[in-house]
Design a protein around this ligand. Structure first.
Ligand code: CUO
Length: 674
């Protein structure tokens, strides 16, 4: 009963060479323009003429050196990105965009360039069918052990294309088991999780043109997606005999967790800074980044945010009250805490979450005396690798929970679905036992050659090890005593016991529930049996999509092409189910069928890349569930409810299940296909 293994397919990269107007070349290349064209044009599969237009004034954008690191959390960098995005959005045609992009490519910092171009391609009407390479293939150095690149270079220059063997990234490379936090490295350093996080922040930028930032319920989604990350992380911690993560609440105390990322930037040829144990945040004064901020500013912003929560309203820049209402309040609060330009008052409520990332990421060099750049917390691509990320976001989530605790509790009428009763739930893993989920290690290969600038060309595969689970099916029996109707089936999972092995109190367990799936069902009168496969989850995207280049696996049809950037957002499917343990982790699977009439949003979403909408929404659409995100667990329970059992109404049911981890590693069946 060998588990199914995904096969990663990649296509050899056909070279495309641009014919560039000579005045586009950087000054030092101008005298050798013809030589360069010949050298790079030799084995080109395709030549593309670049139209000559009047070149844009890049101005301040060039202030960020080409070999510097780039972070959206740094206000100056955001401003530069905003300018470049506006240039890319402002040109009239696709040919003009190509021309401006080619001109900028050789002058602008590559991370900044890639980010701005990705945002522009995602938001221009006329570029919905343009290829964007997977971020991990453009900048592999942000995702994998730097030791890989030396070996990759060796492999590529000695071994001819076709006979190269994959370079294995060891499963444990950032620390040893002496460090207990290292038990979670498989989660924190997972390539798919970090790609998801980068994609989420690409799709939901917090600054830039208003039409780019203003997306339906984006503040609420900031809260919910990160709340679920913390719930998932806590779940994994319990599986690994660790307590739930401690909020980073005292910003002047030493931070116990250390982190040594072992990433080198191929752009700057520098190592990402590490953080030793017990570092303390201090006031920042970094001229180069134009950052001057005191830790006390964070305290002031925090107090103002808490005051707004307890008053029930924020105050905008003109002095008007912005009510923090039962449904929309969380959206304002998300924008306020993150913060985004949709914050009711950014100068008053500040930039708490973003600046927290910055303070932590400069903890080793707050005044730039050592000329060091930011640590992994300073970049959404790498932040989730660091244990402190979860401490910071646990704190941020606690603010949102403070707000949620001020809201009216759901009464039975807001939870029940009259006449509908969930009678039974069973999960069945392929080839496994009923109500048992099976997890194990899996190896997969990915071609990273695009991001490695050395010859000779051809694929260079890296083999990494990640968590995986056996596919499974939910079988849900529902009795409907009324006529035909529609329902929304909501599936969550939580550990059955707390870290001491005791049953949870509901008010703690509700924060531990991770959402696994949500879908609409038709109920006929009488008995109904719903079957749903784990692979259909509306939280995750398939493995191939997490890693693919748009060019590989490209689906057919113009509409399909539109979706890459957005569709790259989604929790990686291989991380759908927490690891569990070898002795078996007891869990509770929760299923609720709510009344679709109270959930529905009238819109057409066919073909809109809607398969990971729970964390990512749907491109250019409303969030497809009218309920508050996290419903029914987003609020404190009604009076008298102390346990999950007491919370249940007939349209809900709980099934005990076990996650059984097996410490075996499955190797890829097929590694590379050209
Ligand atoms: Cu996603 Cu702090 O928002 O990283």
């Amino acid at each position: 009963d060998r588990p199914q293994e995904p096969v990663f397919v990649s296509k050899g990269d056909e070279k495309v060479v641009f014919n560039v107007p000579n005045n586009y070349l950087a000054d030092r290349y101008k005298p050798i323009g013809v030589q360069l064209a010949n050298r790079f044009g030799e084995d080109a599969g395709e030549r593309v003429d670049v139209k000559q237009i009047s070149v844009p004034n890049l101005g301040e954008i060039l202030d960020l050196p080409r070999h510097a690191n780039f972070s959206l959390f740094i206000p100056k960098h955001r401003r530069l990105a905003g300018k470049l995005i506006n240039i890319f959005l402002g040109v009239r045609t696709v040919d003009d965009l190509l021309s401006v992009a080619v001109y900028a490519r050789d002058r602008v910092n590559p991370y900044l360039f890639n980010y701005a171009l990705s945002v522009a391609l995602l938001h221009r009407e006329d570029t919905q069918d343009v290829d964007v390479p997977s971020f991990i293939r453009s900048f592999p150095d942000k995702f994998v052990d730097s030791a890989v690149f030396v070996r990759a270079r060796e492999e590529a220059s000695i071994v001819p294309d076709g006979s190269r063997s994959p370079i294995e990234i060891p499963k444990d490379y950032t620390a040893s088991n002496l460090e207990e936090e290292h038990r979670l490295a498989y989660f924190r350093e997972d390539l798919g999780i970090n790609l998801h996080h980068w994609h989420w922040h690409l799709v939901y930028p917090f600054e830039g043109a208003i039409e780019v930032v203003r997306k339906n319920r984006r503040g609420e989604l900031f809260y919910y997606m990160h709340q679920q990350i913390i719930a998932r992380y806590n779940f994994e911690r319990l599986c690994n005999n660790l307590k739930r993560v401690n909020r980073l609440i005292d910003w002047k105390a030493p931070i116990k967790e250390a982190y040594f990322p072992k990433l080198d930037s191929l752009v700057s040829s520098r190592s990402w800074p590490s953080r030793v144990s017990n570092q303390v945040m201090s006031n920042l004064n970094r001229e180069t980044d134009q950052i001057r901020q005191d830790v006390d500013d964070l305290l002031r912003w925090r107090d103002r945010i808490f005051a707004a929560i307890h008053q029930g309203y924020a105050v905008d820049e003109s002095g008007n009250n912005v009510a923090l209402t039962e449904f929309e309040g969380i959206d304002h609060l998300g924008n306020m805490v993150e913060s985004s330009i949709l914050s009711p008052n950014r100068s008053f409520y500040g930039d708490l979450h973003n600046m927290g990332h910055i303070f932590i990421s400069y903890i080793h060099d707050p005044d730039h005396r050592h000329l060091e750049t930011f640590g992994v917390m300073g970049d959404s691509t790498t932040a989730m690798r660091d244990p402190v990320f979860y401490r910071w976001h646990a704190y941020i989530d606690d603010i949102f929970q403070e707000f949620k605790s001020t809201l009216p509790r759901y009464d039975v009428g807001q939870l029940d679905f009259s006449g509908v009763e969930v009678k039974g739930i069973q999960v069945q893993s392929e080839g496994g036992r009923p109500n048992m989920l099976n997890t194990f290690w899996q190896q997969s290969d990915i071609d990273l050659s695009r991001g490695m600038d050395f010859s000779p060309r051809g694929p260079v595969f890296v083999r990494f090890t990640h968590l995986q689970h056996q596919p499974f099916t939910y079988k849900i029996n529902i009795e409907n005593k009324g006529g035909n109707k529609m329902g929304t089936c909501r599936i969550f999972l939580a550990p059955k016991n707390d870290e001491r092995g005791n049953p949870w109190r509901f008010r703690d367990q509700r924060l531990m529930f991770i959402e696994l799936d949500k879908f609409t069902i038709n109920l006929k009168q009488g008995q109904n049996t719903i079957q749903r496969s784990s692979t259909q989850s509306a939280v995750t995207i398939p493995f191939e999509r997490t890693f693919r280049d748009l060019e590989t696996n490209r689906p057919q049809g113009g509409d399909e092409l539109a979706k890459f950037n957005f569709c790259g957002c989604g929790w990686p499917h291989h991380m759908l189910i927490p690891k569990g343990s070898e002795s078996g982790t007891a869990c509770q699977l929760f299923v609720m069928v709510s009344n679709y009439n109270d959930d529905r949003i009238e819109q057409k979403i066919e073909g809109s890349c809607n398969d990971a909408f729970i964390f990512c929404g749907i491109k250019d659409k409303m969030y497809p569930d009218r309920r508050s995100m996290g419903y029914p667990f987003d609020r404190e329970p009604r009076d008298g409810v102390n346990t999950l059992q007491q919370f249940l109404t007939p349209n809900m049911r709980v099934q005990d299940i076990t996650i059984q981890f097996s410490d075996r590693t499955f190797r890829p069946r097929s590694t590379m296909t050209n």
